[in-house]
Design a protein around this ligand. Structure first.
Ligand SMILES: [Zn+2]
Length: 104
């Protein structure tokens, strides 16, 4: 065996990071909202991060949800299709946090 350097000490706290599918910014999971593709089609907000399935993350900003939902980024990321009803539900959800968190 050659002297492999395997003694790297990882002292940094590992903070899980995810990429927003809309703006492509990398953020910690806490700053993002998880969405999952449902087995029968459609997309649901996974507020507890517990649902099984293909997931995607978006910032909790109205802007990112507009990009994700209206421009279809979310559907592309989750390889699924949104029904009109589903899309409206999610847009409605995004309006709740919309106006407060526009900075950043
Ligand atoms: Zn974003």
């Amino acid at each position: 065996m050659k002297g492999m350097k395997t003694t790297m000490n990882i002292t940094n706290k590992h903070i899980p990071q995810r990429t927003c599918v809309a703006c492509r910014r990398v953020k910690t999971k806490r700053q993002l909202i998880r969405l999952v593709a449902l087995p029968g089609g459609g997309i649901e907000v996974d507020t507890l991060s517990r649902k099984v399935g293909r997931g995607a993350y978006m910032c909790s900003t109205f802007q990112c949800w507009q990009i994700g939902l209206v421009a279809g980024r979310l559907e592309y990321a989750l390889r699924t299709n949104l029904t009109q009803e589903n899309r409206e539900q999610l847009i409605l959800f995004s309006k709740k946090f919309g106006k407060e968190l526009i900075s950043g």
